[in-house]
Design a protein. Structure first.
Length: 129
């Protein structure tokens, strides 16, 4: 039977497993970070467009909203989503700008990370024209 003094520290296999686990988590974080940064920029841009449209006080025109989104995304270089994929319309909450998409990142070999993003931003204006 081994005594307490003979059982100090971590073995070579335990260390290898721990390092592999840390490396795997680090790879996932590194691959997911650009997707979340892109999502935060997308969300901020849509909130700015919603504020601009709401402050205009006129009837909401989906074509004008899509143009404003496209201009903003050209500046911030949003690549995960196209402005035509953004829906502007009447819902139970009123007029909203909404999106629903999946972002993918290649992890290794044939394994991908898929993250689903969806949101709805209310417009405080008149009905859709």
């Amino acid at each position: 039977m081994k005594t307490i003094h003979a059982q100090r520290g971590i073995g070579i296999f335990g260390l290898a497993f721990l390092l592999a686990l840390i490396a795997f988590v680090a790879i996932i974080v590194i691959k997911c970070t650009p997707l979340y940064l892109n999502q935060m920029t997308l969300s901020r841009d849509l909130a700015q467009v919603a504020h601009q449209v709401s402050s205009s006080g006129s009837e909401v025109d989906p074509v004008d909203v899509h143009r404003a989104i496209e201009r903003q995304w050209d500046i911030d270089y949003i690549t995960q989503l196209e402005p035509k994929d953004i829906k502007v319309g009447n819902t139970a909450q009123g007029v909203t700008i909404s999106y629903d998409y999946e972002a993918r990142a290649h992890l290794f070999y044939n394994i991908y990370i898929v993250i689903h993003f969806a949101d709805s931003i209310p417009l405080h204006g008149h009905a859709v024209g």
